[in-house]
Design a protein around this ligand. Sequence first.
Ligand SMILES: C=C(O[C@@H]1C=C(C(=O)O)C=C[C@H]1O)C(=O)O
Length: 117
Amino acid sequence: MSSSDIEQAEASVRAELGALRDSIDNIDAAVVHMLAERFKCTQRVGRLKADHDLPPADPARESRQIERLRGLAKDAKLDPAFAEKLLNFIIAEVIRHHEQIADGVPPGGRANAPGAH
Ligand SMILES: C=C(O[C@@H]1C=C(C(=O)O)C=C[C@H]1O)C(=O)O
């Protein structure tokens, strides 16, 4: 469906689509804000772990989170496999941050590293 197909659709259809898209935009904004808050917490966890020589990843904690999230997803009629993939994707990024913190990489990247611009 192209934008011009939408322009040709009935006014009532366009209105309903517009209202649904407004809600989608609000939800996307909420997701971004929630993720930003989560990453603020995980950055602090990363700092704590680095300061106390703890490993960046905690697979046992991850397994518990995945089981919990799969249960929540089922209850919410969301595909548990999708919920698991999403959580794994987020956790992989968190672990990458924790490794960087442990390696002394400043927030925002290796500004003074060779090849950095
Ligand atoms: C945030 C932590 O570090 C890692 C990231 C996790 C997460 O993003 O939820 C969970 C476990 C760890 O592998 C933690 O140990 O709690």
